[in-house]
Ligand binder design. Structure first.
Ligand SMILES: C[S@@+](CC[C@H](N)C(=O)[O-])C[C@H]1O[C@@H](n2cnc3c(N)ncnc32)[C@H](O)[C@@H]1O
Length: 348
């Protein structure tokens, strides 16, 4: 029988150093459940896990936006909501490789050294379906004497209560500072995500936002209608068991040429941005929705603008729709005087 002698203090310190180095690289990639499990195994791992949780709760955007967007929770134990952050809509090319959460270009690297400079997400490609059309304006904001907007990229019309707008795009000569690229400069107002006992998370203004200002776009995975219907069935089943919020939005644009209708399915349930936290209000709330098309792009983006002045600490909300095919659907607690009592629902 051989008896092994206990490790010396120096050996123990060496082991701890290696453990720290490895864990520092691995733990930031874990989801909340995995992180919680690992942190229960020993004191060292618990110490490494704690700042990761804190860092995640301090910025939902994971440094992909201009400003950090923190979570605030005084009602239960969830420090943050876990999802893959995408500042703009994406076309998923493979669902399995979209499970890793990267940190954006504005990151200080406080959570992870290994991924802070990565803008590349495996399995996802940015929507860059564009041709080379665009304007050659010297000043896109110029309005001629007879009040005609000078830039050919500018368009504004309404389609069943929703604004349809177009902006300058990749084929245009102007830069990002152009006045006709309002929605392309990211989130410019302080926002926060606040937990409510009944509605779950909600997106709030953390400063005054004046009427007409661009707030954010609704980003997520752009799905085919077949895939959207498949996911909706799964989400409905999960929601009926309680404790599940889906964020699959279907928008329809009636094209000006004839009777054709473009259906856009954006699923922010797993991959999305902070707009996935915007709750419904039966009175339309304080946000208006605009389908924004950059010049040359085929697929528009769904953008939110302030429909009235929004005060600091006010919740942001919009109407999810008018149709309620399920009268006994999810209970609505928007609190508006004209509340219908149930959340909008439709056959997708
Ligand atoms: C796009 S998510 C909004 C964020 C969500 N509250 C969360 O915690 O992730 C939509 C879900 O939020 C909840 N929700 C949104 N508006 C609501 C309202 N007015 N009343 C009750 N629940 C609401 C419902 O569970 C709905 O399925």
């Amino acid at each position: 029988m051989s008896s092994s002698s206990p490790p010396k203090k120096s050996q123990e310190r060496g082991f701890n150093r290696v453990l720290f180095q490895c864990a520092d690289l691995i733990l930031p990639w874990l989801n909340p459940q995995e992180l919680a499990n690992v942190s229960l195994t020993c004191k060292t791992l618990h110490q490494i896990a704690q700042p990761i949780t804190l860092h995640r709760s301090l910025d939902a955007s994971r440094s992909f936006e201009n400003l950090p967007i923190p979570f605030h929770n005084t009602v239960d134990q969830h420090p943050y909501a876990f999802f893959i952050y995408a500042a703009s809509q994406i076309i998923p090319s493979s669902s399995s490789s979209l499970n890793l959460q990267f940190w954006g270009p504005n990151s200080s690297g406080a959570e992870m050294g290994c991924a802070r400079d990565s803008m590349i997400r495996p399995g996802a490609s940015w929507v860059t379906v564009v041709d080379d059309s665009g304007c050659e304006c010297e000043n896109c904001e110029k309005v001629s004497e007879d009040n005609v907007i000078g830039c050919p990229c500018m368009e504004l019309r309404e389609d069943e209560g929703m604004g349809i707008m177009s902006e300058c795009g990749t084929g245009c000569g102007c830069g990002l500072e152009c006045g006709n690229r309002m929605s392309q400069r990211g989130i410019r107002f302080k926002l926060k995500i606040v937990r409510d006992k009944r509605k779950g998370w909600g997106l709030y203004a953390a400063q005054l936002i004046q009427r007409g200002q661009f707030v954010c776009e609704y980003s997520g995975e752009l799905l085919t209608t077949k895939e959207a219907r498949r996911r909706q069935r799964i989400y409905d089943e999960l929601a009926s068991n309680g404790r599940f919020s889906s964020a699959l939005l279907v928008v329809r644009e009636h094209l000006p040429s004839g009777n054709a209708c473009l259906r856009i399915n954006i699923d922010a349930t797993r991959v999305g941005n902070v707009a996935r936290f915007i709750n419904h209000s039966c009175d339309g709330g304080n946000l208006s929705t605009v389908l924004m098309r950059s010049s040359g792009a085929l697929v528009p983006r769904l953008c939110f603008f302030a429909s009235k002045d929004i005060k600091e600490d006010e919740e942001l909300s919009f109407s999810y729709g008018e149709i309620r095919v399920r009268p006994t659907g999810l209970k609505c607690i928007c609190g508006s005087s004209g509340c219908f009592g149930t959340l909008p629902s439709e056959h997708t």
